[in-house]
Each structure stands twice: as C-alpha cells, then as structure tokens.
Ligand binder design. Sequence first.
Ligand code: GLC
Length: 751
Amino acid sequence: MNIDEIIGKLTLEEKASLCSGHDFWHSEAIERLGISSVMMCDGPHGLRKQVGEGDHLGINVSIETVCYPTASALASSFDRSVLERLGHALGKECQAENVAMLLGPGLNMKRSPLCGRNFEYFSEDPYLAGELGAAYISSLQSEGVSACVKHFAANNQETCRMSGSSNMDERTLHETYLPAFEAAVKKGKVRSVMCAYNAVNGTFCSENKQLLTDVLREQWGYDGLVVTDWGAVKDRVKGLEAGLDLEMPGGGGVQDAAIVKAVRDGELDVAVLDKAVRNLLNFLSDWEEQKQDGVSVDRSELSTLSGKLAEECAVLLQNDGILPLNKNSKVVFIGEYAAKPRYQGSGSSHINVSHPVGACETAPEIPYARGFDAHSDIPDEVMLEEAVELAQKAEVVVLFVGQSDAYESEGADRMTMELPTNQNALVEAVASVQPNTVVVLHGGAAVLLPWADKVRAVLQMHLGGERTGEAAVRLLFGKANPSGKLAETWPLRLEDNPSYLNFPGFNGEVEYREGIYIGYRYYDKKKLAVKYPFGHGLSYTEFTYSDLALEKDSITEGEAVTVTCKVRNSGNAAGAEVVQLYIGEANPGVARPVKELKGFEKLFLASGEEKTVSFSLDSRSFAYYEPRIHDWFVESGKYVIEVGSSSRDIRLSGEISMTGSREIPIYYTRTSTIGDLLKSAKGRAFMEQMMQKLHGSEEAKKAETDNLNNMGEGSERMAQTMMAEMPLGAIVTFGRMTDEQLDGLIAMLNS
Ligand code: GLC
C-alpha cells in the first residue's frame, strides 16, 4: 500500500469517511483505491465477535469463543508469561476470525473498589499494570493482530463515564494514571489506543490535545492509531485537531460532513485530516501484511489453557492448613457457583461460552447443595436448611460464593463491597455447624468477608474464565498449588479507601483529592490495617529468602543497578513464589509513598529447590513526577530496597544512595523564602557568605544567644524555622538590605 500515493488520490469526502467506522465493528472501505474494511472486536479476555447486529454492551449474540480469566485475575498471577500465553492464544483466535484489532487490555487504575469494571482492569499499581499490559500487547501483536490499550485516560469509574470529568493535579495524572499506558506504548509497542469517554480536568479525552498529542505522541513517541471508545466523540473536528484519528462506531457519515465543511470553511487544515488518514492507512496496511489466511484454532486446547491460567491466577487468601484437602475426606460442595460458576463479567467483554465448567461437573462424586439463588439476595429457608443438613453430615464443606453479575458490571459501579445477604447467611449457618469450612470466592474485585475468622480457608478464584470450576477443584485437592498474589488491596472497610469521600463525585465532577495515594500507597502511608495487603497470597509450601545483594551501594542517575537474592522452597510441595521488590526514599524532599513496587518475578521451585532472582533497576525506578519541571525527577538521597512475599511481608532489605543529575530550577522572587536559598548552588553560596558576616564577631553570637533565650524554651528550633520561612522581601523590611540590594541579589540568583 503506497500511502502517500493513496492520500494524493483520495477526495476530501473520502478522507473524511475513512475517519469514522463503516458500521459498529468495521472501518470504512474505499474500493476504487483498494482500501478494504477491517474488523475490530472486543476483548480483552476473549474474542467477542458479533456477526449480526452489533452493540457495545454484549447484548446481541456473538460467536462462541473461549473465555479466559479476566484482567483482575490475570494481574494476580504476577506473571508476565501468563499474559504472553493469553496474548498468543487471542491473537490466533483473531486471525482465525479475520479480526484486525482486539479492544484490550484495559489499563485504568483501581482508584476505588467500587468501580464496576475493576474486573476488567489489572491493579492499583501502575508498574504492575504496565508490565503485564505490555506483555499482553506484545504477544498479541506478535500474532499480527493490533491490541488497543484502553481507556485513555483516567476512566476509573462507570458513574457518569460518558459525561463526567476526572479532575486531578499534574503529578497525580502522570505518576498514577498514565504510567501503565506509557508502558503499553514504550514497552508493549501498542499499535492503537482507545480514548476514554470521560473528560480529564474538563476536556473530553476524545478532544484532549494534551493527552492525545502532547503526552501520547510527543512525549512518548507514539505513532499508531487513536480510536474512540464507542460513542465517545463530542466534537469531531476538535477531535482531529487534538490527535484523534478514528471515530467508532461511526456516525453513519454525519460527522464526515462536519469534517468536510470545516476544511472547506478553512477551520480545519487538511494536513491535520491527512495525518489521521495516514495513521489509519498505516494500520490497514499493517493488517494487509500480517493477516494470515487459513488459520484455525483448537478451541478445546484454548479452553484447557484458560483453566491452566485460572490455576495460576488464583489467590489463597487464608489457610490454617486444612488445604489442600484429602481426597478421602467426606467433602461436600455448597453454593450455586459450584454448579454454575461465575467466571466473567457483564458488558462489552462478555464472551459467548459454549460450556463453562463448574466444580460439580469436575467432581460429580461430591455431594452438592445449592444454598442460595444467585439471582436473589433474599435467603431461602429451604435451601439453607438443606445446606446445613448436608454440612452436618460432611467432614469438610467447600462453599462457593461471591457477588453476582448484578453487583459488578460495565456501565454501573458497585454499590457495596458486601456479599449478598443470602450468601453471608449461608456461610454463617454452615460455619456454625461445620468447623471444617472452606470458602471459594468468585468475583472481580475486593469484597468484605465478615465471617473470615469462622472459616478455615478462603481461596479467591476471581472471575477465572470458563474453566474456573475445574481449576478450583484442582487447587482445593492439591493437584495444583496456589501461587497468585493480590493486585489490589482488600481494605477492612470501604470507608478506609482513600477515594471514599470523593467517589463517584458530584454532578459529573470527580475530584481525585487523594492524589497519588491510591491503594497500598495510601494504606501504607497511613499505617492502616487492611484485610489482605497488596501482593498477598499464600501457598501450600513455604519460601525462604536470603542473600540480598545490591550490585552497588551508591549510584548516580542514569546508572542501572542489579539487585539479587535467593529464594528456596523450604516446604514439601512444589510451588511458585512471586518475589516482589519495593523501593522507598528514606527522607524524601517531597510527599512520596512509603514504598512502591518496582520489580516482580515468579519463581517455580520444587521442594528444596533454591533459585537466585535478579532485578534490574533503572533511574525511573527511583523517580517521582515533578510538576515544577513537568517531568520525572530523581532526587538525591538514600533509598530503601525491600524484597518480600507481599507489600507487608518483607523478608530482606537494603539501602542504596542515589545522586541525581538534575536540580529543580528555582526562579526567585521577593516571596521566595530564605529556606529556598538552600535549594540552589548560588543560593547556598550566598547564605554561607551571609552567615559569615552575621556570625563573624563573638559579641554578635552572644547577643543572638541572649536574644534566643528570651524567646522561650523551644526558641532554637523556632528561630531556625522562622528564619527558613522568612520571605526574601522581609530582609529589606527588617532593614538588613536595601531594595536595590535585594533586587540585585534576586537578579544574581536568577541569572
Ligand atoms: C464499550 C467499552 C469499551 C469497548 C467498546 C466497544 O463502551 O467502554 O471498553 O471496547 O465500547 O464495545
């Protein structure tokens, strides 16, 4: 495809028509120039391809495909290879169905546990989300299919998602809500980006030049396609000017006329339109080159993969040793999800699954009682009695519970973290007659477990895809060893969550007043107790950490540093450990989290086996986003390196000193303080000179000491603080300098 030639031949109307879809799922074709239409479909954890009437909420039927664990499960694997295996599988399914773009991954941060689409998002931590999102993208795209990272940016709730504005300061946006997308671009080389419905600081993402051009293309070097979320366009011409290329699903040409008119009226430079057309033609030519005919997939093989991934994503939240179960014990299953597992969420990601496999089907010999109706919250006395009766006869009860589809979905945020009343009643009733009770959870987000201390183990299967029931049984009976870790903190109460006071906002204005302190960054800073910490997950074996080694104990910005340690499987079952590395600045000059995840590796170890794990840290691992320079900044100082089994189960720690290569430029004015003088080399030199003069004579020192004593006990610290906080202008007010001298000083400092 000679793109320059084609652009030269396209009429203005044809160019405009290319910038919006032909229909719900296809791009526009221009037959006379050999430009064919291509298909885009949802993801992100399965191929949702609608062949009839299209819709973006999973209402109309789609073809039967494989449903994999959703993002919240995948992230809990803490394993890039899980996302790679998924990406390859999805890429093959897309090739087999002639789909050029898969709409995923979703990399929005989990600001509140109540976000209805948290099941489709990875984490509260931008590094984890970025690393795993990049792995998914690069493997999917290696199959010739474009990923489409979404929803750019700050789409962290469903309430007012199409009309609201996510409002936050510059540092919060760049340090918390953008890095995962940055990793998708820089590390994953993603070839399309989906802009979100919402606005950021009052400008809709579909026409937000700062996001779509300044950040995405100029700062990050992105040269792919920008497509809207379905129906996200507010003003098509403003969108083109901001860097939006393709409007989906395409307004049937209505917006095309607006584009033509704007060019004709001289309001829109045709060069801007050509840029969007070029990005689309690049995307189409990539597909022309990479689409493979005759690809077929073995869905049963992919379904088996889905079950394997579900095993590796499951998180053992608590276990007093009752798990793994002995297959000779008299075990019973209670709870509707044992027969009909909840394995995916509702909305655009909803996959048409031919045969989801539940625990009862996997182990039909195990007696079962329904216990509750998943479509109701009201306890059913008959079901409860039946369940209690079965529980009394058993040696071990495994309960399968979790919020229902009605609680968490696209388009509507959760109203609560509580499980339905009938399910909490069931757990209480069973646990009251059966001390050997185990709970298997299904759900895409943190929930409250008021009965956790009345049961002996809790296994979180998340929304684990179509084989989640089978995976649960294999884990329960020790055929597989749980190795997942929580990718989001489970708070003791919803009210403890940092976004609580400002979620979901008012009149569409959502103030991100918690700033960078989301998830564990908040709970750790506040030293708040939590139910289960970020990175938490148990195993059927134990792991011993030793020999932390830092390649250097001091580095300068720009140098990489390798950190290694040894991990041994000191238990008697094979298992996998996610070794996590956190970094925290010892004495930060700005507000910073106590620690931040900057490395993770999953080690598979046989009993007794020991491996060395290695992390390579670069300057970004130590940096924070500094709004005064509109960039990431490495502050000189000491940093604590922690390695552990969760954010609150640190096994080894060390210290490294960092010398930054930049200073934050300060522009002095009369309201700058004397303390500010210490923040620049020139200011420090001036201060030393000043101090020399002031303290030169003995009597001056004595007079000052006497003076201090007259100011009360705490005077030393008070005097120092008052001095540091003194505006430069006060030096004139207190007669220490003339106006001209101060102007000269400020001019010198700013020269
Ligand atoms: C939906 C979702 C988006 C999805 C798109 C197409 O509204 O926000 O994630 O990919 O529309 O269905």
